[in-house]
Design a protein around this ligand. Structure first.
Ligand code: R1P
Ligand code: URA
Length: 292
């Protein structure tokens, strides 16, 4: 059995994981993942019961019960680097014995549902619509540190071509949503009308998403180039900051993950939602309804 040392897997004196502060017995199998810590209670207010509230840094977790089943919600803050911490610690809580520090022989697979926000880069995907990320392309640098194999069905050649076309000098990677969860959401009356797309995960909000405020980007045509580029058979639909990391890590670790996006901005028509909170609340309600 693989043993994980106290500096590889840091366990707090109360037996909880280093950053999330969650103890193994508190973990449940279905967890909503949000960015904004303030969004956590907007999700957990729909639970039938809340048993634990945990808060450390940007990681706020509520665990309880919905329709007779354990359910949770965790905030990750912004960015793929935080997702790396969240996924490592959630998987450790599920699949490592915190007493012996050894990997469990029987593996547990978590169902994780991101309820997030995003900007569309296609004119016909309007603000206030909902988009399910079927796949994601990561511009974050996490892939360089792990043995990911970029998803073959996103065609590595196309990804290389994509890099060449936009002049982006760094390696990128592709990863896919859980088929099982995409299928489940696509059967639902509300999510049947959602867009399905390929999401670009950027390592920042401004230049890495084609925004110029005062600092000039090295890729002035980034947004236009991304919006017309074919990856596999489809065009890139939207940009946000976590999905590729979630998909890559859940693939490697054997968890089921889906990323739901409330489209708040259309970067082509330059529109921004006039009521983002309403869009996010509606997405939360509809996602929760699938588990009620
Ligand atoms: C940027 O404003 C944040 O919004 C999006 C991006 O991925 C990034 O985290 O998602 P959340 O609304 O889930 O945080
Ligand atoms: N979140 C992002 O990361 N980008 C957007 O344009 C909107 C929300």
């Amino acid at each position: 059995m693989t043993y994980f040392s106290p500096t590889d897997l840091i366990i707090n004196p109360d037996g909880s994981s280093y950053h999330l502060n969650i103890r193994p017995e508190q973990l449940c199998d279905t967890i909503f993942m949000v960015g904004d810590p303030e969004r956590v209670e907007k999700v957990s207010c729909h639970f039938d019961r809340i048993d634990f509230k945990i808060h450390k840094r940007e990681f706020v977790s509520h665990f309880g019960e919905l329709a007779g089943k354990p359910i949770g919600v965790i905030s990750s803050g912004i960015g793929a680097d935080n997702v790396e911490i969240v996924m490592n610690e959630l998987d450790a809580l599920a699949n490592i014995d915190f007493e012996t520090r050894e990997e469990k022989s029987q593996k547990r697979s978590l169902h994780l549902i991101r309820i997030g926000t995003s900007g569309s880069i296609q004119e016909d995907i309007p603000v206030d619509s909902v988009l399910i990320s079927e796949a994601a392309i990561g511009f974050d640098n996490l892939a360089q540190f792990y043995h990911f194999s970029s998803d073959k069905s996103l065609l590595q050649n196309d990804l290389d071509l994509f890099c060449q076309q936009i002049g982006y000098p760094l390696p990128i990677y592709g990863a896919k949503a859980s088929n099982q969860l995409v299928h489940r959401f696509s059967q639902d009356a509300y999510f049947r009308d959602a867009f399905l797309g390929t999401t670009l995960t950027a390592p920042g909000f401004y230049a890495p998403q084609g925004r110029t405020v005062r600092m000039e980007s090295i890729l002035p045509d980034f947004l236009k180039d991304c919006s017309v580029t074919l990856v596999g058979k489809s065009k890139i639909t939207n940009i946000e900051m976590e999905t590729s990391a979630y998909y890559a890590f859940s693939g490697v670790l054997g968890h089921e993950m889906i990323s739901l996006n409330a489209i708040l901005a259309n970067r082509i028509t330059h529109q921004f939602s006039t009521n983002p909170e309403k869009q996010i609340s509606q997405l939360i309600e509809k996602a929760i309804a699938l588990f009620s």
